[in-house]
Design a protein around this ligand. Structure first.
Ligand SMILES: Cc1cc2nc3c(=O)[nH]c(=O)nc-3n(C[C@H](O)[C@H](O)[C@H](O)COP(=O)(O)OP(=O)(O)OC[C@H]3O[C@@H](n4cnc5c(N)ncnc54)[C@H](O)[C@@H]3O)c2cc1C
Length: 496
């Protein structure tokens, strides 16, 4: 491999980075897919770097989804998506045990309202059984209403998928990337790849003025994978965007349902769902509308009306009056509606593209598949003898008992200073998030939940900004929402 072992700058406890003149692998894109691949590759004696154009990882589609780890029975048979979803489901469970991020196996219920839909859920059950999905059960109306009293009384039957779960997608991204970095990944954030050239037997990646020679490039650039593919002269990959609007409801509705509630799917969509999030709130959505603009993250009146009307059909107690936040995410869609994963006609250049839903679920299985493809292409994969023990999950004061909090605050009084009242987030948690790599208000929000509650940051934004500015020793006007171009305040101009 021609690599030399050096100690990773971030790891005092034996993390190793293998550095050669030509790197082994460059991953373009730090969404959940790129992070999962990076984490998998960091287990081998390889020199790997990841380029992410945003200021932190997980800021693309991976931050704006429903957070469901699908059970695996909803995905269309005969697709690559279907092959990877059930494996991904099982791998997430293991990853959450290893890395300590939150994972709640709440199960899902697909509800049928008429004879035709009853037949469809039986067919879906059959697909799931053939795929190996465990625990599927058909429920009649009595069982539905005993277990989920707030589901519509019009439901005639439902299919239970007990292995479905929910995660915080950004927490999962951070856990994957932190572990990869601890085990030697060279992470480059704020580093948009602007060109890739073929040079002899390797490729050269250009990002923000830097030139990085590599043996293999993994194109995991989400919506922009087609643009990255064109950099090596391939124009056969076309990625479209399908927008999904999601609506987050007040904690008042926590517990209205326990399972994630699905309508009976149509051949083109899983439909609008009622989702109990990992954090104990309820989310309804998403829509599925093709859009031309890959930066268009707007929500719309029509989208909101559609979501609430459909959500109410499943759970009549849901009301738009409880909405505290809304957002949209864009699914990256390849023309045949399936994942595009594999080598290309350019030696060393691999596409991992068109990763639409259930891409979050499939991500760890995609990472395994990519490692297999790299091995087949001749990359020598030698497991590291020792891996760094994953860092403990950050403290969440809102989850502590009063005596636990007292003990913690006694050791570090910053855990007694509340910054976000709605979500009960303290200065200690904010400082810890900054230590772990938060560089923007969104980075703090996704790591700690500060600003995610009922007042949506009305109370805590200025304090979070001050803590970020102090930690980075910069003026307040340098603090951004999500990186360059998203500044929040301007320096006061001198009035003469
Ligand atoms: C509304 C909605 C709901 C969903 N719900 C679910 C769900 O519940 N369960 C599920 O399994 N899936 C769900 N999905 C799908 C899931 O979110 C995606 O499949 C997944 O996030 C895709 O991850 P990714 O890493 O491929 O893409 P991304 O997260 O978009 O990552 C790609 C990264 O590449 C970076 N990038 C782009 N160009 C460059 C460049 N030139 N240089 C460097 N970096 C670059 C981007 O900044 C971005 O961070 C949902 C999707 C949407 C939109």
């Amino acid at each position: 491999m021609g690599t030399a072992k050096v100690t990773c700058a971030r790891c005092a406890v034996g993390g190793e980075r293998y550095v050669g003149t030509v790197k082994d692998v460059a991953i373009v894109g730090g969404g959940v897919v790129g992070c999962a691949i990076a984490r998998e590759l960091s287990r081998y004696r390889l020199d790997v770097c990841l380029f992410e154009r945003e200021v932190e990882v997980g800021f693309g589609t991976s931050k704006a989804n429903s957070g469901i780890i699908h059970a695996g029975h909803h995905t269309t048979p005969g697709t690559l998506k279907a092959d990877l979803v059930w494996r991904g489901n099982r791998l997430w469970r293991d990853l959450s045990d290893d890395l300590g991020f939150g994972f709640l196996q709440n199960g899902d219920l697909t509800v049928a309202f008429n004879e035709e839909e009853l037949q469809t859920i039986e067919e879906i059950e059959e697909i799931g059984v053939q795929r190996g999905v465990t625990g599927l059960e058909l429920w009649g109306p009595d069982r539905i209403h005993r277990k989920e009293p707030n589901v519509s009384r019009d439901a005639l039957g439902a299919l239970l998928g007990p292995t479905a779960a929910v995660v915080n997608p950004y927490e999962a991204c951070f856990a994957l990337i932190d572990d990869a970095v601890d085990n030697g990944l060279d992470l480059r954030v704020g580093a948009g790849v602007d060109d890739i050239e073929v040079e002899g037997d390797h490729l050269v990646v250009f990002a923000e003025g830097d030139r990085t020679p590599v043996r293999a490039v993994i194109n995991a650039a989400g919506l922009f994978a087609d643009r990255v593919s064109r950099m090596v002269g391939l124009d056969d990959l076309v990625i479209g965007a399908r927008r999904g609007e999601e609506y987050l409801l007040d904690r008042r509705l926590a517990g209205i349902v326990e399972h994630t509630i699905f309508p009976c799917p149509t051949p083109t969509s899983k439909g609008v769902l009622v989702i109990p999030t990992f954090d104990g709130t309820i989310m309804v959505g998403p829509t599925a509308d093709p859009v031309d603009d890959k930066e268009d993250l707007s929500t719309t009146t029509e989208g909101g009306d559609q979501v609430f009307e459909r959500a109410r059909r499943l759970v009549p107690g849901i009301s738009e009056r409880d909405c505290i936040a809304e957002f949209a995410g864009l699914r990256a869609i390849a023309p045949d509606d399936d994942f595009v994963i594999g080598p290309t006609s350019v030696p060393g250049f691999f596409n991992v593209a068109g990763i639409q839903s259930p891409g979050l679920t499939a991500a760890p299985a995609i990472a395994e598949l990519v490692v297999g493809l790299l091995t087949t292409s001749g990359l020598d994969l030698d497991p590291k003898p020792e891996l760094v023990t994953p860092a403990p999950r950050p403290v969440r004061v809102s989850e502590l008992t009063v005596p636990e909090l007292e003990m913690l605050a006694f050791r570090d009084c910053r855990y007694a200073h509340v910054v976000c009242r709605c979500e009960l987030v303290t200065e200690g948690e904010i400082a810890d998030a900054i230590d772990r790599g938060a560089r923007s208000l969104d980075g703090l929000k996704f790591r700690t939940r500060a600003g995610m509650g009922r007042c949506q940051g009305g109370f805590c934004t200025s304090r979070c900004m001050q803590l970020l500015a102090d930690a980075q020793d910069v003026p307040l006007s340098d603090v951004t929402k999500r990186g360059p171009g998203s500044w929040i305040v301007r320096e006061r101009e001198e009035v003469v």
